[in-house]
Design a protein around this ligand. Structure first.
Ligand SMILES: Nc1ncnc2c1ncn2[C@@H]1O[C@H](COP(=O)(O)OP(=O)(O)OP(=O)(O)O)[C@@H](O)[C@H]1O
Ligand SMILES: [Mg+2]
Length: 330
C-alpha cells in the first residue's frame, strides 16, 4: 500500500493553497503592485534570501491570486531556463496571449509584437542573477515603466550591486528580504504538507519530528519534502523513525542548489539512476515510462546526456556492446 496519497504535493514545484508564515511577504508584494491595477505607477521589487525559503512559491502564489482577482496580468520567468533577451520576450509574449513561434522571428520582431500588450503587467524574473542582458530591464522600464512592474528574485543579494548603476537607478528597486524559517515555522509548513501528501495517520510522531529537525539543519523546505518522499518510499506500512533515519542518509547527496535547477523529467531520470546504479539506457527508458514519463526515447537520451555533462550522472561503456552504457549517480 502506498503511504503517499498525493505524490505531486511533494514535488518541489507544487504550489500549495496555503503558505504559512509568508503572510507579510505576500501582503507586501500585493501592496507594491496594486497601484498598477488603479492606473498608477508601481514600484519594482528586489526579493532576496537563501534557498528553499519560499521566494518562488510566494511570488507564484501572489501571481495566481492577482490573476484571479484583478485586471493585472502576470508573467513568471525563470532566468536559469530563459536567459536571453529573445527567450524572455517570447515568454512575455506567451503570457499576454500572443502566439509566439519559437523560430523565425527576430528579437526586434518579438518586441514589436508585444509592446502594445505591455500594460497592467507584472513580470517576475526568478534567478535574476542569471540574466544575460540587463538592457532589457532598462528598456522595459524606460518605455513602459508606468504600466509594468518588475520583480527580481535571487539568492544573491550582491547581484543587485552588479546591475549597472543607470539600470539600478532606473528600476529604483524596493527590497524585500526572505529570512530563513524558525524551527516552529518549519514544523507548521511541513505539518500542512504532510496532511496533503500522506495518508492520514501514517507517520509516527518521532519520525515526523526528525524530518523537521533535519529540515531545520538544512534551512531548506525542500529537504523536508525530500525526506517525506524518501521515507514514505522506504517504509511499507508506517513511516517510523528508522525509515526517516535511512532517508536522511540520502540527504548527503541532496543538494538543493543543484536539484532545484532540474525539471521534473530530469528528476525522474536522476531518481531512477540513483536507485539502480549501473542501469543501462534501455532499462532506464523502460522504467521512466513506467513512472509515467511522457518523453520519447531520443528526448530521454538527450536529458541523460545533459545530466552527464552537468555532473549529475557518470557512465561506463559496456565493452563489446556498441553504444550501450551503464549509468551511475555521481
Ligand atoms: N511558507 C511555505 N508554505 C508552504 N510551502 C513552502 C513554504 N515555503 C516554501 N515552501 C515550499 O518549499 C519549497 C521551496 O520553496 P521555493 O521554491 O519557493 O524556495 P526559494 O526561496 O525560491 O528557493 P531558491 O532560492 O532555492 O529558488 C517549495 O516546494 C515550496 O512549495
Ligand atoms: Mg526559487
Amino acid at each position: 500500500m502506498s503511504l503517499i496519497r498525493n505524490e505531486s504535493a511533494l514535488d518541489y514545484e507544487y504550489l500549495p493553497e496555503k503558505l504559512p508564515h509568508r503572510e507579510t511577504e505576500i501582503e507586501t508584494i500585493i501592496q507594491t503592485i496594486k497601484p498598477l491595477s488603479e492606473g498608477r505607477r508601481a514600484a519594482n521589487l528586489f526579493i532576496h534570501g537563501p534557498p528553499g525559503v519560499g521566494k518562488t512559491a510566494t511570488v507564484k502564489f501572489v501571481f495566481k491570486k492577482v490573476e484571479e482577482e484583478t485586471n493585472l496580468r502576470t508573467c513568471f520567468i525563470n532566468c536559469w531556463r530563459s536567459k536571453t533577451t529573445h527567450s524572455i520576450l517570447l515568454e512575455i509574449g506567451k503570457s499576454v496571449g500572443l502566439p509566439m513561434p519559437r523560430t523565425g522571428v527576430s528579437t526586434d520582431d518579438v518586441m514589436r509584437r508585444i509592446k502594445f500588450k505591455l500594460r497592467n503587467l507584472v513580470i517576475a524574473l526568478d534567478e535574476s542573477d542569471k540574466l544575460v542582458n540587463q538592457d532589457l530591464l532598462y528598456n522595459i522600464i524606460e518605455e513602459y515603466g508606468k504600466r509594468v512592474s518588475i520583480i527580481l528574485i535571487t539568492n544573491h543579494k550582491e547581484s543587485l550591486l552588479k546591475l549597472e548603476p543607470r539600470i539600478r537607478s532606473r528600476l529604483a528597486l524596493e527590497e524585500l528580504e526572505f529570512k530563513p524559517y524558525t524551527y516552529e515555522q518549519i514544523r507548521d509548513i511541513l505539518e500542512e504538507r504532510r496532511k496533503i501528501a500522506l495518508v492520514p495517520g501514517v507517520i509516527d510522531e518521532d519520525a515526523f519530528k526528525l524530518i523537521v529537525k533535519k529540515t531545520y539543519e538544512y534551512k531548506d523546505i525542500r529537504a523536508g519534502l525530500f525526506l517525506m518522499y524518501k521515507a514514505a518510499s522506504i517504509a511499507e506500512e508506517r513511516i517510523e523513525l528508522k525509515h526517516v533515519k535511512e532517508a536522511a542518509e540520502k540527504l548527503v547527496d541532496f543538494n538543493a542548489f543543484r536539484m532545484k535547477e532540474l525539471s521534473k523529467d530530469e528528476r525522474i531520470i536522476l531518481d531512477i539512476v540513483t536507485n539502480k546504479p549501473g542501469i543501462t539506457s534501455g532499462e532506464l527508458f523502460a522504467m521512466y515510462k513506467e513512472k509515467g514519463g511522457e518523453m520519447k526515447q531520443r528526448a530521454v537520451r538527450n536529458y541523460v546526456n545533459k545530466l552527464i555533462s552537468s555532473g549529475f550522472i557518470r557512465f561506463e561503456n559496456i565493452s563489446g556492446k556498441g553504444k550501450t552504457r551503464k549509468l551511475y549517480r555521481v
